[in-house]
Design a protein around this ligand. Structure first.
Ligand code: HEM
Length: 469
């Protein structure tokens, strides 16, 4: 037990620690709304199979010595989450005051996240096939994962939960499709990680955010259902690798007058903020220096003007660290994404990208803030930050200033995009006990009903007026 006493048997293992397996089968289920209690029973029955933090820790320790001896013991883990709208149907007494979660992904994607793709065309969570239940079957052994996925899908279908999405995502070592190492920087969680400095309440409900604050849960949870759970955001982001590389190569070529010797690879690294190896990118380092021992030991205090790493580089937009920013506390996410689709060299025309998955306890203040307020804005988090040209969205041409050897150069995206959002969902990953309580009777009395009605009406009004709170 840690000093904070996190309930490791309750909290799902993909939230803290993360699965990080070679293969993850992602499954989307859409519910027959007339069979709610069948589906709730199915979720209750699933509770013992859901992998907790304690399970992950125990099994990781068990396979470590075997792996050193060259043997592989198959591990297969499960993460379950329920879509925001469907959770409101299953547990009527829940009216979580997080308007992002309540509003739902399909409604919020075009406004709060700046996505432009039509939800009717999404691969997952489309208008006709809402993501009511999202399963992640993770394993280091693909046949085992596929077999369990088949069983889960068959048992779910018998309870009115129709499979509307299935995709097998596979790690490319630890790279994403543009060829950069990913998952290097994660918040260290107090009570879980060895030198954890970020309160667990930012990622798991019921725990402190700041020391001694009594624990965080949004109002609208009369039966303490959220405890040990977390909001899961899933964004399926297709990546056009050729478009990204061609853009960087031709942009670099067009800038040689202002920046002799600039290469496409150097520009790619400056847009990301790291080299493919994970080393911090800099205008004055012209090629990848390779993996560095302390690859996260930087805070940008020595680069406040972005002369080395551009202020609009992806990693500075989503985590400005101690550099210029207009918020004291940088919102953090636990990222659990995995690439999907074959690498570009294998099948150039195929759909590929990142199954971006993050855990947080406020979608609005964490994921949506980083995306809508910082990544998509030219002016934030610091003055003249420029757009995040890697992932950010904008209705206008995106641009970013980079310091070159002969002075600043302006890089505009020429209206091109290399990331296409192809669906996803806002979901809740419950603690194991909460999963077992899916069928519990609703609390007696009218007070929560009244509060819920008021809360829904206020939320609806804000949505209608498109006011950002
Ligand atoms: C296909 C889309 C994306 C690609 C290719 C991508 C790529 C990367 C890469 C290469 C890194 C550096 C590795 C690391 O520091 O761990 C990174 C870091 C990060 N990305 Fe993304 N990313 C994508 C989407 C997103 C989205 C949608 C968000 C949501 C806000 C996001 C948030 C972050 C965060 C928080 C970090 C860590 C920054 C730090 O702490 O230094 N990324 N990303």
């Amino acid at each position: 037990m840690s000093a904070i006493d996190l309930e490791f048997n309750e909290i799902q293992g993909n939230i803290l620690g993360g699965f990080n397996t070679n293969v993850e089968v992602l499954i989307g289920l859409t519910a027959d709304r007339s069979r709610t209690s069948d589906a709730a029973r199915w979720l209750v029955d699933l509770a013992p199979d859901v992998t907790s933090v304690a399970d992950v820790q125990e099994q990781r320790n068990a396979i470590k010595p075997l792996a050193r001896g060259g043997r592989q013991l198959p591990i297969t883990w499960l993460c379950v989450s329920v879509g925001s709208e469907y959770l409101g149907i299953l547990r009527e007494d829940l009216f979580v005051r997080d308007e992002a979660f309540m509003g739902g992904f399909r409604k919020r994607a075009p406004t709060a996240l700046g996505d432009r793709t039509d939800p009717n065309s999404w691969v997952v969570g489309s208008t006709g096939a809402p993501l009511d239940v999202f399963l992640i079957v993770a394993s280091n052994d693909e046949p085992a994962a596929q077999q369990w996925a088949d069983q889960l899908i068959a048992s779910a279908a018998a309870k009115g939960l129709r499979p509307t999405y299935r995709e097998t995502a596979r790690r490319i070592d630890d790279l994403e499709h543009f060829g950069f190492r990913d998952g290097i920087s994660q918040p260290a969680v107090r009570g879980f990680d060895a030198k954890g400095d970020v309160g667990p309440g930012y990622f798991v409900f019921g725990y402190e955010r700041d020391p001694g604050d009594g624990g965080y849960t949004p109002s609208g949870d009369p039966s303490n259902f959220l405890r040990n759970g977390s909001f899961l955001v899933f964004r399926r982001l297709s990546q056009d690798v050729r478009a990204f590389r061609d853009f960087c190569a031709s942009k670099a070529a067009s800038l040689v007058g202002d920046w002799p010797g600039l290469t496409g690879q150097h520009l790619e690294a400056l847009l990301v903020g790291r080299w493919p190896s994970g080393a911090l990118a800099s205008s004055s380092i012209f090629s990848d220096p390779g993996r560095q021992p302390n690859e996260n030991a930087f805070n940008f205090l020595d680069d406040m003007a972005g002369r080395n790493c551009p202020l609009g580089a992806h990693i500075r937009k989503v985590n400005p660290r101690d550099g210029p920013r207009d918020e004291v506390n940088v919102p953090r996410l636990l990222r659990r994404g995995i690439p999907f689709g074959p690498v570009v060299e294998e099948k150039p025309g195929a759909d590929r990208g990142l199954a971006f998955i993050s855990f947080q306890t406020s979608i609005k203040d964490q994921l949506e803030f980083l995306t809508g307020k910082w990544m998509n804005s030219r002016l934030r988090p610091g003055p003249d930050a420029g757009h995040d040209l890697l992932v950010g969205r904008s209705t206008t041409t995106r641009s970013l200033r980079i310091s070159g050897p002969q002075g600043p150069v302006q890089v505009s995206d020429d209206g091109l995009q290399w990331i296409v959002p192809t669906g996803g969902g806002y979901l809740f990953a419950p603690g194991r006990s909460a999963l077992r309580r899916m069928l519990d009777p609703l609390p007696a009395g009218v007070s929560w009903r009244l509060q819920k009605a008021v809360s829904l009406a206020v939320n609806g009004l804000f949505e209608m007026l498109a006011i950002e709170r």
